[in-house]
Design a protein around this ligand. Structure first.
Ligand SMILES: [Zn+2]
Ligand SMILES: [Zn+2]
Length: 176
């Protein structure tokens, strides 16, 4: 279903932004533009001030991925859902089928990005609680992840972190 793909792409956008800003530091203006483009948010010129607001948004979302208790994650999302302007409406554009936009129709890219990432994360939590999001389980890795796959058993940010951890566990077992 194309709508599912559209949504998982938005969750991936939130994850990529949080990791770029709070972990890798690859969050210069050009890098942020590339990140938005890559995740289906149409490219727009943004001012250095707006770039700063994307970085703020990444820091705002990070505690959601770190939340150990569902109640904390829900409280954070609810607070943001009240704060971020929402005005859901249906839209068709750029080859996407009919889908929901959450920000007001007149809103700029930043407002749309905030509203969309928030709604997609909220939908994920309604379906799966905290079972699909978190901080990478690999030692020394602070990246966050979101799992929108059918199986939903992911605990690592990447294949390389999963492999590294499995190899370390195997060696530890052999030493015993
Ligand atoms: Zn759209
Ligand atoms: Zn990792």
């Amino acid at each position: 279903m194309p709508t599912t793909g559209y949504r998982s792409q938005g969750v991936a956008a939130a994850v990529a932004l949080v990791n770029a800003v709070t972990v890798t530091g690859d969050d210069g203006d050009e890098a942020l533009r590339a990140l938005l483009r890559e995740h289906g948010f149409a490219w727009r010129e943004f001012t250095p001030e707006e770039a700063g607001l994307y970085r703020d948004w990444a820091r705002t979302l990070r505690p959601f991925f770190e939340a150990a208790e569902l109640a904390d994650a829900v409280a954070l999302l609810n607070e943001l859902l009240l704060r971020i302007p929402m005005n859901p409406h249906l839209s068709v554009h750029d080859g996407h089928g009919l889908h929901l936009h959450y920000a007001p129709p007149s809103a700029g890219l930043l407002a749309r990005f905030r509203a969309s990432t928030l709604m997609w994360l909220a939908a994920l939590v309604c379906e799966h609680g905290l079972g699909r999001t978190g901080v990478c389980a690999a030692q020394g890795c602070a990246r966050v992840y979101a799992d929108t796959s059918r199986a939903g058993r992911r605990r690592f940010c990447s294949e390389s972190c999963a492999n590294r951890t499995n190899v370390a566990a195997f060696r530890a077992r052999r030493r015993m």
